[in-house]
Design a binder for this molecule. Structure first.
Ligand code: MN
Length: 211
């Protein structure tokens, strides 16, 4: 797990900022003791639909691609492929990456909120050891999670995102029932067409006051 220190060079290298509206790399934001911060999940309709899970650590967003998306059912461990760190400003990005560019397709801001580290070690230390426990306070995702590195596999970039038992568990959680933007209440097609939400959207699984 050296990727956390590689900064945003890989992020910048993969993208053409004269063609995509994704944020340019910015300065690291001020950070505290890595005990938590911002998190978001983006629903990304690229070559294959997947979710990107981003957690603020040390001033950048540590990022993983989750093919099936996070689950609130502890029985459904979600594979998360670690990818390059993203700039903090990526956490508000929703829109379209041009076809032919890296990650071309529509990006929905699927969930956002804050997280807090669980346990004594800070976020960086827990990622380093390959077993990171945290609690999410989002619009759709809440409660305790762990993300555990599959150390025997591949290049070490394969992790499992697992919901822990608590009052936020939803057995048989079906992520497709929650396919709307927490930023604009649009569905994926409306984002792709860059139009307003058709509404009244069925914003399932949310305390409406959170929007
Ligand atoms: Mn992606």
């Amino acid at each position: 797990m050296t990727a956390i220190s590689m900064g945003l060079k890989e992020y910048a290298h993969k993208r053409h900022f004269d063609k995509t509206s994704e944020p340019k790399p910015d300065e690291r934001v001020a950070h505290g003791a890595n005990r938590g911060g911002f998190f978001c999940v983006q629903r990304h309709d690229a070559t294959r639909l997947h979710y990107d899970f981003l957690l603020e650590v040390d001033g950048v967003l540590v990022s993983g691609a989750v093919p099936k998306g996070p689950s609130l059912d502890p029985k459904r461990k979600a594979l998360a492929m670690k990818v390059e760190d993203h700039p903090f400003s990526y956490g508000t990005f929703e829109g379209n990456i041009p076809q032919g560019e890296y990650g071309g397709g529509s990006v929905m801001l699927w969930d956002k909120g804050t997280y807090e580290v669980l346990g004594d070690l800070n976020a960086e230390g827990q990622i380093e050891r390959g077993d990171f426990k945290f609690a999410l306070h989002g619009t759709k995702l809440n409660g305790a999670f762990a993300i555990v590195q599959m150390k025997h596999a591949g290049k070490g970039n394969e992790w499992l995102l697992i919901k822990k038992q608590d009052e936020f568990v939803i057995p048989g959680y079906d992520i497709d029932e929650y396919a709307w933007s927490v930023a604009t209440k649009r569905n994926q097609d409306e984002i792709a067409r860059d139009v307003a939400p058709s509404g009244p959207a069925d914003l399932k699984g949310v305390k409406k006051a959170a929007l």
